[in-house]
Design a protein. Structure first.
Length: 289
């Protein structure tokens, strides 16, 4: 998919190599949480209960801060059906039913490193979501290829849109604030007490705001959107990328960290932080079948 990221890390020196290890560890912790919580979901569990299960699992393992608190979406809410205002993203009392798709989304901060991940699944068989997940593989490949070509973020966004149309799907990440498919994440200063506001960690919001101000002065944005402010080449750093497909009330996505550097080597100029993730393993198994 993105090459051997572990081997690549050994070729990078200094602070970047250490940061990659830190970001990879918290991303793996988040995906481990998603798999653990998904395995505990049963009929009747609500989105709020699933979100609380994620918070408790991560807090038991030392997480005290968040880029954003955990979300959970069930049924047609996985496709953001009729979402109009930000409050609709927050967990509700929607109950999980057999065959129903779900998405778990969490963004913990651990030891000063942040991750933002999305995990799609269903309670029992759901052929539509299975197809969506299989078709997301092409989006992961397209995004990496075009970031390495240093196309503008806006152009890549539009090409992801075109791929979705060819596949017969609707773009559901466009429902997110500013229509983002990705956003930058950074290290976060650790504090004994880390407050949240509107579901987001205050320290992380400050970092994003600082990036936005700095980027505005230099002509780039920490938000990867379909709008003019994203009409620039990929900025070096860590990007949490989340293409989100929708089809007739069913949604699916992955979310993981894409690393962008200023290297002239194509493979080191951009790569997925980790290829040992649930959706990547799924695609490998499908390819081997």
């Amino acid at each position: 998919m993105g090459g051997d990221t572990r081997q690549r890390t050994t070729r990078l020196t200094g602070r970047l190599a250490a940061d990659l290890r830190g970001f990879r560890e918290v991303q793996r912790l988040a995906y481990e949480c998603a798999e653990a919580v998904a395995a505990q979901l049963r009929p009747g569990v609500t989105e709020r209960e699933a979100a609380r299960m994620q918070r408790e699992w991560l807090r038991e393992r030392g997480v005290r801060d968040w880029f954003h608190l955990p979300f959970a979406w069930f049924g047609d809410r996985t496709a953001f059906a009729d979402f109009r205002i930000p409050l609709q993203f927050f967990p509700t009392n929607r109950k999980l039913e057999p065959g129903m798709p779900f998405i778990l989304d969490m963004a913990p901060v651990h030891r000063g490193y942040a991750a933002d991940i999305g995990y799609s699944g269903s309670l029992g068989l759901n052929p539509v979501q299975d197809r969506l997940m299989s078709d997301l593989r092409a989006h992961r490949e397209l995004i990496l290829e075009q970031v390495r070509e240093r196309r503008s973020l806006r152009e890549i966004y539009e090409n992801v849109d075109r791929l979705m149309v060819r596949q017969g799907y609707a773009n559901r990440h466009r429902a997110y604030p500013f229509g983002v498919i990705a956003h930058k994440i950074d290290r976060v200063r650790e504090r004994r007490w880390s407050p949240t506001a509107f579901g987001f960690g205050v320290q992380s919001l400050k970092g994003l705001a600082s990036d936005a101000l700095h980027g505005h002065r230099e002509g780039w944005s920490p938000l990867w959107s379909p709008y003019r402010f994203s009409d620039h080449s990929p900025q070096p750093g860590m990007w949490a990328v989340e293409p989100h497909l929708g089809f007739r009330g069913t949604g699916a996505k992955f979310e993981e960290i894409l690393v962008v550097t200023d290297s002239r080597d194509p493979e080191e100029s951009a790569f997925w932080l980790d290829d040992d993730l649930p959706h990547v393993r799924r695609w490998a198994e499908e390819g081997a079948a």
